[in-house]
Design a protein around this ligand. Structure first.
Ligand SMILES: Cc1cc2nc3c(=O)[nH]c(=O)nc-3n(C[C@H](O)[C@H](O)[C@H](O)COP(=O)(O)OP(=O)(O)OC[C@H]3O[C@@H](n4cnc5c(N)ncnc54)[C@H](O)[C@@H]3O)c2cc1C
Length: 380
């Protein structure tokens, strides 16, 4: 059996590892990615706020070395889900089972003014470049704004304003600055009223302005004003943006995409095309676009594929559960456990924030690096 995984991010790495663990070298697993390595989403904030160096948070794909698994560096150009055939810049690949784990692409150019300002913190390049921008920032009006939905890791903008507060306090610039957060929601984390209340308390304590139910649709870079979806304007000296998200072009051009993302069976993650699965941010499965959900979905697809190959009993199905860590500043981290099941309102409680959960978050990252790359990761 020939299994082809497109995308070596959170979902693809977990799936490739699980399949290698389960199947060894009995079957061929090929993992394709256009990049040189993996960076956790949360590491972008660590680099931007100078809590880690770029080289500390980069995990090269050359370290992926597992039985039965071949990594190929290539850009996927088109996907034929009927033939299970993929065209890439290094040639075609064919599969018996195909899994699309290509994540979400980011499009700063879709928001007028965002590229000129150059300050988005969602791409690796954008977040890493902000490290120097923040170091040179003399203080002033900081606006963190979301430009569209859906967007990855919905807690990340809230984490960013709290970490920004600490950053400015440490540099003696907080009194000369204001911090505002523009979000499309009524509360910061809609599935978790508890986490949202804790964030509201943290914002109030730190004098962070919460601007709800709005998105930033453009930046007027001459006037240094963020223009919002309701027509209101917010002046800024430093704008930190969450750019527009879309599925990669090869996905949008394929028969897999419906309304911009890949619909899947919420229990098995199989697409409308037999033996073609999709996991993570590229899907419209209904969970937030976050690594923990991509990873949970990958584990289910691994079980589905293994059961199919071995003709075993009914495999595990997806439970929609994920644990999100939430940076509260002051080196404290909270933990939100949320379950998204179709037809039911998602619910999530908050644990912490505490130093113990901050240590849990470090262990979360180091355990994945050990599992996927077979090496130790000394963070920070
Ligand atoms: C600031 C920030 C903080 C975050 N914090 C957290 C957090 O604390 N916890 C959490 O769970 N999530 C967090 N996330 C979200 C998390 O990073 C993503 O949701 C997660 O990586 C999605 O996994 P995925 O496998 O679907 O896609 P990705 O991890 O994005 O992987 C997709 C892969 O596909 C590759 N690819 C794309 N197009 C092509 C192509 N055409 N050809 C070949 N390869 C291609 C890419 O190079 C990439 O390696 C955060 C995100 C951000 C931006």
């Amino acid at each position: 059996m020939n299994i082809l995984i497109l995308g070596a991010g959170f979902g693809g790495l977990e799936l490739a590892t699980s399949l290698s663990d389960e199947l060894g070298d009995e079957h061929e697993v090929t993992l394709i990615d256009k990049g040189e390595g993996f960076v956790f989403g949360f590491s972008k904030l660590d680099v931007m706020f100078n809590r880690a160096a770029p080289s500390d948070v980069f995990h090269p794909f050359r370290d992926v070395d597992k039985p039965g698994l071949t990594f190929v560096r290539a850009t996927v150009e088109s996907i034929d889900p009927v033939a299970k055939r993929v065209e890439t810049d290094v040639g075609p690949f064919e599969a018996d089972i195909l899994v699309v784990a290509l994540g979400a692409d980011l499009d700063p150019a879709a928001t007028p003014g965002l590229v000129e300002e150059g300050t988005e913190f969602y791409t690796v390049a954008g977040a890493f470049a902000l490290r120097d921008v923040l170091a040179a920032f003399p203080g002033g009006r900081v606006v963190v704004g979301v430009t569209s939905t859906p967007f990855k890791c919905p807690p990340a903008p809230s984490e960013t304003v709290l970490l920004m507060h600490d950053y400015l306090v440490e540099r003696g610039l907080r009194a000369a600055s204001t911090i505002s957060l523009v979000m499309p929601f009524q509360i910061p984390i809609p599935p978790s009223p508890d986490a949202s209340q804790a964030l509201f308390a943290a914002f109030a304590e730190r004098d962070i302005e919460w601007v709800p139910e709005r998105m930033v649709t453009a930046l007027d870079t001459d006037r240094k004003v963020a223009v919002c979806s309701d027509g209101s304007e917010i002046p800024y000296d430093l704008f930190l943006g969450v750019p527009v998200h879309r599925a990669p072009a090869a996905v949008i051009a394929s028969a897999l995409a419906v309304d911009g993302w890949i619909p899947v069976d919420p229990l098995t993650l199989e697409t409308a095309f037999p033996a073609v699965f999709a996991v993570g941010d590229v899907t419209s499965v209904g969970t937030p676009k976050a690594g923990v959900f991509a990873e949970g979905q990958a584990a289910v697809v691994a079980a589905q594929i293994t059961a199919r190959i071995r003709d075993g009993g009914p495999p595990a199905t997806y439970d929609g559960k994920g644990v999100c860590y939430l940076e509260f500043g002051h080196d404290l981290v909270g933990k939100v456990t949320v379950t998204f099941l179709s037809g039911e309102a998602p619910t999530g409680g908050l644990e912490g924030p505490s130093e113990a959960i901050a240590a849990d978050k470090v262990a979360f990252g180091t355990s994945r690096v050990q599992r996927w790359f077979d090496r130790q990761w000394a963070v920070g």
